[in-house]
Design a protein around this ligand. Structure first.
Ligand code: GLC
Ligand code: MG
Length: 627
């Protein structure tokens, strides 16, 4: 097949064009007025098109100047699940030396930052989210020297390193817990949350309340030595830390300092909303009445006593103070993104206010989120929910997957990888990409007997598939060799996806037509280095049952129309007439999701905006100048 895209050596940046437009484009006034057509022009046209109301979103960086942005506002964050990225010692599990050896790939992708899921000492009950020493590296991943080497190598390539920080719990093998469970009189007793429970009339004991673990079942575990229950909002191997204890708070602050001294650039704070519970342990939580939830399932309760307590925000503010002090000393900005899932968007937004740079935006992930049934209007709803709920001055962010979710290709459909990446990378704000999504990796199939993830195991053979997170954690697919270039081991910790033979980095890198998912991803990353994608305004353009489209624009630079078909039927759209926004009659195609079915939609070609046909999963970026 003849290549339809001219191979390019240079990064694709829009060519500056002679400014033939009217001088009025330089004024702020023109920015707000000339942009939209009088409404009568658009009435009555576009049968079958849903006219979107004029909606406009201005990115609120202090001056709108790229120079004022911090690194995390300019970077894509690339999440590495260390067990699965690259194994260097042949034990079938990824490690730090492995990550270091693949930094060239990170550089090639053009993302500015990596976030590592936990690499700390851990019995691995929850694959590292159960920490036995917050200040040490687990031997599976290497040692402190390997960490130092990795971070130095990353920094020398201009790549920032973000670490996971897990405040809610430790491992039950942490020396603090080992001491805590031995006696009621040790100073470590109060590092965790203990309770004698309820005495029943038959003399037996029961947990003090109905609280549930996120992983299902009671959040209380009986411990026979001191005859009390301890709280665990996740596994029983992950006892909850007691942040009301001053020494504990100090210890955990020291953990931050320890990693800051090692040169870490930011933290992803795990499960933050669970950090504090009410002091009135006797209080039960009410039923959520969410349909379809079973009584042992976390979602069956409304977590009014165990989530998002005000004390958490005080801690976040203190951490921000620590990071500010660090910046005053070193000049380095420390990024803080916090992780929490909540149905109440206001509760999420509160973290922007207390000192986090951002709470992760999980609006695009399950349970709502992007799906096979979420077309243009639905996608717009999801995007808009976040943009309209954000406090003034906050910076948006977008997440489409992580180690807790099914992969894009499995969740939304194999034909949607590039479309989703296009949206992720061109919306205003900071995108986070889960490793492998740039090549469209798919979930592996794991039988119940082979399931490793405790979240899956706890729900048994009947329901494990609903919860099991193993499928999205399979090894990175580097090439078509036996273990996909991930490891020399005969057996890797989770199996490599059999599809790696055709879907892998090597194949996509060598694709001379430059239309592989990997190439599209790289071109998107380059494109978003344009100021217009960094600080430009954002307007929805035509949004229909199938099409989601938007325009990014700043003064004195070319604008871009991004149009994606998230539906299932081919849609022909008139972008010129179909929106109240001013759009030209034609523009120039700068990027597409691979080969588009419509033979005329070829990169570098001029395209008639009145007549663009996109098939399901196809997306296009068109550059134009305002009149
Ligand atoms: C977060 C992590 C998840 C982990 C849990 C407990 O949700 O992303 O993987 O199991 O916290 O630490
Ligand atoms: Mg290894």
């Amino acid at each position: 097949m003849p290549a339809r895209r001219r191979p390019r050596e240079q990064p694709r940046t829009p060519r500056p064009r002679p400014v033939t437009q009217s001088a009025s484009q330089n004024t702020e006034e023109s920015d707000s007025l000339a942009w939209f057509k009088p409404i009568f022009l658009t009435l009555g046209i576009g049968i079958g098109l849903m006219l979107t109301l004029v909606q406009h979103y201005k990115l609120d960086s202090s001056s709108g100047d790229v120079a004022d942005l911090e690194w995390w506002q300019l970077s894509v964050v690339y999440q590495i699940y260390p067990r699965s990225f690259q194994d260097s010692d042949g034990d079938g599990i990824g490690d730090l030396k492995g990550i270091k050896s693949r930094l060239g790939y990170i550089e090639y992708l053009g993302v500015g930052a990596i976030w590592l899921s936990p690499i700390y000492s851990s019995p691995m009950a929850d694959f590292g989210y159960d920490i036995a020493d917050f200040k040490d590296i687990d031997p599976i991943f290497g040692n402190m020297e390997d960490f130092q080497n990795m971070i130095e190598a990353a920094h020398s390539k201009g790549i920032k390193v973000i670490m996971d920080y897990i405040p809610n719990h430790s491992s039950d093998k942490h020396p603090w817990f080992e001491a805590s469970r031995q006696s009621k009189s040790t100073p470590f007793r109060d590092y965790y949350i203990w309770h004698p429970g309820k005495k029943l009339s038959n003399g037996k004991r029961a947990p003090p309340n109905n609280w549930l673990s996120v992983f299902g079942g009671s959040a209380w575990e009986w411990h026979p030595v001191t005859e009390e229950y301890y709280l665990h909002q996740f596994l029983k191997e992950q006892p909850d830390l007691n942040w009301r204890n001053e020494n504990l708070r100090q210890e955990m602050l020291d953990v931050f300092k320890f990693w800051l001294d090692k040169g870490v650039d930011g933290f992803r704070v795990d499960a933050i909303k669970h950090m504090y519970e009410t002091e009135h342990i006797e209080l039960d939580e009410p039923l959520s009445n969410i349909p379809g939830t079973t009584p042992d399932q976390y979602e069956s309760l409304d977590h009014i006593h165990t989530a998002n307590g005000p004390e958490i925000h005080e801690q976040v503010a203190l951490w921000r103070q620590l990071f500010d002090e660090h910046q005053a000393k070193t000049g380095k900005y420390i990024y803080m993104v916090v992780e929490m899932y909540d149905n109440n968007v206001t509760k999420i937004m509160d973290y922007y206010n207390s000192g986090a740079d951002q709470p992760f935006n999980f609006g695009l992930t399950p349970p709502r989120g992007l799906s096979n049934n979420c077309g243009g209007l639905c996608v717009k709803g999801l995007v808009n929910d976040w943009l309209t709920a954000m406090p003034k001055g906050a910076w948006p962010n977008w997440v489409v997957g992580n180690h807790d979710q099914k992969r894009i290709s499995t969740r939304i459909g194999p034909g949607f990888t590039d479309a989703v990446n296009m949206m992720l990378l061109l919306l205003p704000g900071t995108p986070t990409t889960y490793y492998g999504e740039e090549i469209g990796m798919e979930d592996i199939t794991v039988a119940f007997e082979d399931t490793l993830d405790p979240f899956g195991k706890l729900f048994g053979p009947g329901r494990y598939m609903e919860f099991c997170r193993d499928p999205a954690r399979s090894p990175m697919q580097w090439d078509d060799t036996k273990q996909a270039g991930f490891s020399t081991a005969d057996k890797t910790w989770l199996p490599v996806h059999p599809g790696h033979v055709t879907r892998n980095v090597k194949v996509q890198q060598n694709d001379t037509s430059e239309t592989s998912s990997l190439q599209v991803y790289r071109h998107l990353v380059k494109l978003r280095k344009n100021d217009v994608f960094r600080v430009g305004n954002f307007h929805y353009a035509v949004v229909t049952e199938t099409i989601f489209s938007f325009v990014r624009h700043i003064e004195n630079q070319p604008s871009f129309l991004v149009a994606i078909n998230f539906g299932h039927k081919t849609t022909r759209t008139d972008f010129f007439e179909g929106t109240q926004m001013w759009l030209p009659e034609d523009g120039q195609i700068v990027l597409t999701t691979g080969h588009l079915k419509d033979e005329d939609l070829v990169i570098d070609q001029t395209v008639d905006l009145q007549n663009i046909s996109l098939e399901s999963g196809e997306g296009i970026v068109i550059e134009f100048w305002r009149k």
